[in-house]
Design a binder for this molecule. Structure first.
Ligand code: 5GP
Length: 190
């Protein structure tokens, strides 16, 4: 997606060889027009796939996911991150290792918002090693629902997440694919 690549080139900050900061349009301040275009792109890719729900992880996945859900005219549910849960009877819970925070945390979704037979499109802001996406997919499957695909705003293709998800049989659609993060800037996959 050209507009997204341009935005990353112009405003992305390379924090290290492995971490990109995009807090001017996605992770802190949000560019709603770009998010709408992103949502329309994902929605177009999954038109006719019978998607009944969009699922993401709070908080940075919410902006692109809500625009996707709006365009597909289905609800959005975001998994909540919680340190330790006491009341969990009514929740689906999975453990996810956070690439940026380097800690394990639990993500949870209320059982009432994911029901058997649903077809779920998972959306996330970044894909690194696939921990967040696999965690959400496990929740979808635990609910007896199925994963229509995984839509990623920014895939870091030099990390293993995309390959692992595809090997596991999931469809992965990434709008920007990064080959390398260097002191000179961001290199995209051709
Ligand atoms: P994964 O679970 O695929 O290893 O990592 C993806 C998750 O970690 C995303 O939900 C995102 O929040 C965070 N993440 C991974 N890499 C980056 C990055 O380079 N920049 C930012 N801002 N977040 C990242």
């Amino acid at each position: 997606m050209k507009a997204l690549q341009d935005k990353i080139r112009n405003e992305g900050i390379v924090l290290s060889e492995t971490v990109l900061k995009v807090d001017s349009f996605l992770n802190h301040q949000v560019d709603p027009q770009l998010m709408l275009a992103i949502g329309q792109c994902f929605a177009g890719a999954y038109e006719g796939e019978g998607v009944t729900k969009v699922l993401t992880l709070e908080s940075s996945g919410i902006a692109p996911a809500v625009m996707t859900a709006l365009t597909l005219q289905v609800p959005l549910v975001f998994a909540r991150k919680q340190k330790s849960l006491t009341l969990r009877d009514d929740l689906y819970v999975e453990e996810v290792y956070s690439f940026t925070k380097q800690v394990k945390s639990e993500v949870a979704i209320s059982r009432k918002f994911l029901t058997p037979g649903e077809r779920v499109l998972i959306i996330d802001d970044f894909l690194a090693y696939g921990e967040a996406a696999f965690g959400m997919a496990r929740i979808v499957e635990a609910a007896g629902a199925s994963v229509a695909g995984i839509g990623i705003v920014i895939e870091k293709s030099f990390q293993s997440g995309a390959d692992k998800l595809k090997e596991a049989g999931y469809r992965v659609d990434s709008l920007a694919r990064i080959a390398a993060l260097t002191p000179d800037g961001v290199q995209f996959v051709e």
